[in-house]
Design a protein around this ligand. Structure first.
Ligand SMILES: [Zn+2]
Length: 443
């Protein structure tokens, strides 16, 4: 059955930045079939009509760095720098996961992502129970690249690692089972955690795997924290990104989270290899890691996208907060005109799609693209009252998940008029609390 989203203002996010008023969107199966003025929309009886008059229709947000496995740990790991945060809190708690705690951690995270308008994520799991994350994603309807964290070295917390060949073997098995499944909604990204938790062999062989699967990505953390950087320098005799390049791991298939501390040579390497950077401003501030010089990277035409990172270093998975912060953060350094609202909106949508190699499928509202759509109600008291005001400014600086009315992914409603369609919210909250309690008992 087709769905007609009737009337409303469509922010297409296409090349010309078209904003179409009083326009309808016809969805057929999982794709956008037509975009027509409201008065020309079909009255075919076989169509579900969704009245969107007064609402704003945008491409769903794309977050390129998330850890669904950590959602339960929110509020349990505050006020620490990265290495201590991992050693004292995150690694032990990840090691204490079982199937059910992993499933509900993922499900709670997905519920939060969906109700704040995110339709696609690039997720890094833990070393175990990746199937439970995939199960939650498949059931809830989210679009995602998934990847178990690969770790065969761990001087920080030796309890969380596995032999090199086991990590590679299980990664390959997951990729073979899940890459391009659920109507291509679920794809795989090999995910060595970071240089400090991986042998050179693990890193190289993981990247090598991306050659064997069309559309697979390489996802890791890089140059987030100064202690991390010093340790990499001691071990590898070069800086972090230089080392990744030395191992041959950088290309347009690579998505690196953070990239805060970069030397000039590394910036040039990222540009030359067309690597993608996932900027996580809340996480970078909360862990005291630093502030990535995003305008400098964008000047080099490096694709910048956004991610909330994990719930315990943010402590939200809300793209509105990330967008606002990503803009405000740069203004004291680069002037008030830096990172304007339209630039940030593009970073949160089409740039995310680009980073994932999906820009021909998602990231904007265009005929033929997949129907990943977020519908906003901006007629709240905090929004501008004039037709003349900048709608991007309203979304980036003044909106919040409260403004999200409905969300569609792959042509299916996952959130409709403020109700979840695929998630039992109460049950998820109560099971997530129960599983967290048991996980803490296992610690
Ligand atoms: Zn991360």
């Amino acid at each position: 059955m087709s769905i007609l989203i009737q009337g409303g203002t469509i922010i297409t996010g296409n090349h010309s930045g078209d904003i179409l008023k009083d326009t309808s969107l016809l969805i057929d199966n999982n794709r956008i079939k037509d975009i027509v003025p409201e008065d020309k929309s079909t009255r075919n009886t076989d169509v579900e009509i969704f009245k969107a008059s007064g609402l704003v229709i945008i491409p769903g947000f794309v977050q390129t760095h998330v850890h669904l496995c950590q959602t339960l740990f929110r509020g349990l790991a505050d006020d620490l720098q990265l290495i201590d945060w991992l050693r004292e809190k995150i690694f032990p708690m990840e090691a204490a996961h079982n199937e059910l705690s992993m499933y509900y951690s993922a499900k709670a995270g997905i519920a939060e992502l969906i109700r704040s308008g995110t339709t696609t994520i690039l997720d890094m799991g833990s070393i175990n129970y990746e199937e439970e994350i995939i199960r939650a994603i498949s059931e809830t309807g989210l679009r995602a690249f998934v990847g178990k964290a690969m770790m065969d070295v761990n001087d920080i917390f030796p309890g969380l690692k596995e032999p090199t060949k086991d990590s590679l073997k299980s990664t390959l098995a997951l990729a073979e089972s899940w890459h391009n499944t659920y109507n291509d909604r679920i794809k795989y990204a090999v995910a060595p955690r970071f240089v400090l938790s991986c042998s050179d062999t693990l890193m190289r062989d993981a990247y090598e795997m991306t050659n064997d699967f069309t559309g697979m990505l390489f996802h890791t953390h890089a140059s987030e924290n100064l202690v991390e950087l010093e340790t990499v320098r001691r071990r590898c005799k070069m800086d972090n990104v230089e080392f990744l390049h030395h191992l041959g791991l950088l290309s347009e298939r690579s998505c690196l989270a953070h990239c805060i501390h970069l030397n000039e040579n590394e910036v040039n390497i990222l540009q030359a290899t067309k690597s993608n950077i996932s900027h996580c401003p809340s996480s970078n501030l909360k862990l005291g890691s630093g502030i990535a010089n995003i305008p400098r990277l964008m000047q080099k035409n490096i694709t910048i996208s956004l991610g909330a990172d994990g719930a315990p270093c943010n402590n939200n998975l809300d793209m509105f907060k990330e967008m606002r912060l990503a803009s405000l953060l740069q203004k004291p350094f680069h002037g008030p005109a830096a990172m304007d609202a339209k630039t940030i909106f593009d970073i949160a949508t089409i740039n995310g799609a680009k980073a994932l190699g999906l820009e021909s499928e998602i990231g904007s509202i265009e005929v033929g693209k997949k129907a990943d759509i977020t519908i906003l109600n901006l007629s709240h008291i905090q929004n501008p009252y004039s037709e003349q005001s900048n709608i991007y400014s309203s979304i980036v600086f003044s909106s919040s998940p409260e403004n999200v009315d409905s969300v569609m992914i792959d042509g299916k409603w996952v959130y409709r008029q403020k109700e979840y369609c695929t998630i039992d919210e109460r049950d998820t909250i109560s099971k997530a609390s129960e599983e967290l309690k048991k996980l803490l008992d296992r610690l």
